[in-house]
Design a protein around this ligand. Sequence first.
Ligand code: 5GP
Length: 179
Amino acid sequence: MICGPGGVGKGTIASRLSAKVKGLSLSRSWTTRARRRGEPKDSYYFVTRQQFEDAIVDDKFLEWAEFLGNLYGTPKPESDAHTDLLLEIDIQGAKQVREKDPNAVIILLIAPSSEEQRHRMELRGDNAETIAERVSVGQNEVAEALKFADKVVVNDDLDRAVSEISSIINSLRSAGTAS
Ligand code: 5GP
């Protein structure tokens, strides 16, 4: 599982990894957030709050969290022994998965600096208020996540970070640990 604060590049890295590493399937989350301009339609299942709340009642999520007023959740995976499931989630979600599945491997992705994280959010068109809020929430969350993450990867360069995580996955597989 890849976790980290908003604007750190988790989404880009997760989709690169699922294309590059064989036998890895990327979980698609549900969200009540509106789709951003230019954001691919399949980056989430975009649902209404009512649909999301119904799914909570029906126990459809492995984990879910509220982040800055929107709900995000990972649907329970369909059992498929042939692939490792790659989750791309925030730090609150990673903590819940860790509690439910002590064998889950948590890779914490961090930005090289908060300036870089802010810059990425500006590029994707987030407004200034959201960015300030996300950067400050992110700093507290990273401090928390450092306590339970199995590996920490700095996203200083996309290709390098993708290679580092691919090597981590490969060595976990040779050691017989699921990702
Ligand atoms: P964004 O709105 O920028 O797409 O996502 C906001 C935050 O929610 C990001 O940190 C993202 O990783 C996280 N997130 C995305 N999907 C999930 C999910 O299924 N569960 C949890 N807990 N967080 C998620």
